[in-house]
Design a protein around this ligand. Structure first.
Ligand SMILES: Nc1ncnc2c1ncn2[C@@H]1O[C@H](COP(=O)(O)OP(=O)(O)OP(=O)(O)O)[C@@H](O)[C@H]1O
Length: 247
């Protein structure tokens, strides 16, 4: 694979989880016999991902497979630069848009319309470029009536429709879609799948997480399999899905 659009080298992310540890101690002296509880914060490091070396080719639609807590969302957070790696390196040869869990990427006090312009500006687009895409975004999201309403008043389904429309019609080379299609209704899901195939045909690279195996098998040609923060494999969807579902 020459000049893959996404490459990672020894990528790792370590979180520090603070646990409150109750320690029963027996007081001596004046307070002899009285037990007190001392609560001490302790920080335990946990590697959410480690030693991840992947390569993704431009125009590919890649499924990211893995059980709960395996590190899929962490990988997307690293690739979209929401969080920094603890070790290793990421090379991105294009701009990234992501649709992560409801709320991320939008400013809740701003209206739908203001968020469309804000997202476009963050992607480096001029007002004229955003204007040129605006009607398509609104039509795709089917939120004409709610454009001047603050995002905080949107339902999760409405949020997902706007997030998908914004991410898929504003200029982007890489689209990361994390488990959001299951939140929309069936007709929106079908429309989104069609749009993703069209984007891939136009050269956009898509990585997606979904617990809906049918969606993944329908549109992904390759896959990455992660378990407990470790890369199990990268290859064709057919091959990896088989080993993933047999585990
Ligand atoms: N902000 C955080 N602080 C501490 N630990 C975290 C944080 N985010 C994720 N983790 C831990 O990192 C591991 C990987 O989490 P991640 O959300 O990436 O998994 P996932 O594969 O997306 O899971 P799921 O399919 O359940 O959404 C988990 O053990 C999780 O508890």
């Amino acid at each position: 694979m020459e000049n893959p659009i996404i490459e990672t080298f020894g990528l790792g992310k370590k979180y520090h989880i603070s646990n409150l540890v109750n320690k029963n101690t027996e007081e001596k002296g004046l307070l002899g016999g009285i037990k007190s509880i001392i609560t001490q914060p302790r920080h335990q490091p946990k590697w959410a991902l480690r030693n991840i070396d992947i390569k993704v080719e431009q125009g590919d639609i890649v499924a990211v497979l893995g059980g709960n807590g395996s590190g899929k969302s962490t990988l997307f957070r690293l690739l979209s630069e929401i969080t920094d790696p603890s070790e290793g390196e990421i090379i991105l040869r294009g701009s990234v848009s992501c649709i992560l869990e409801a709320g991320v990427g939008f400013h809740h006090e701003l209206t739908g319309k203001e968020n469309i312009y804000l997202n476009g500006t963050l992607l480096g687009m001029s007002t004229e470029e955003i204007n040129a895409q605006f009607d398509q975004i609104v039509a795709f999201s089917e939120l004409e009536q709610y454009l001047n309403v603050p995002i905080k008043k949107y339902s999760s389904g409405m949020y997902i429709r706007l997030a998908f429309a914004v991410a898929s019609f504003l200029r982007t080379d890489i689209l990361l879609v994390d488990e959001v299609l299951s939140m929309g209704d069936e007709s929106f899901r079908q429309k989104s799948i069609k749009r993703m195939k069209q984007m891939a045909d136009e050269g956009c690279t898509i990585m997606m997480v979904s617990h809906d195996a049918k969606i993944l098998r329908d549109i992904c040609c390759s896959a990455i399999h992660i378990e407990q923060g470790q890369l199990i494999g990268q290859g064709s969807m057919g091959e990896l899905f088989k080993s993933y579902s047999e585990k």
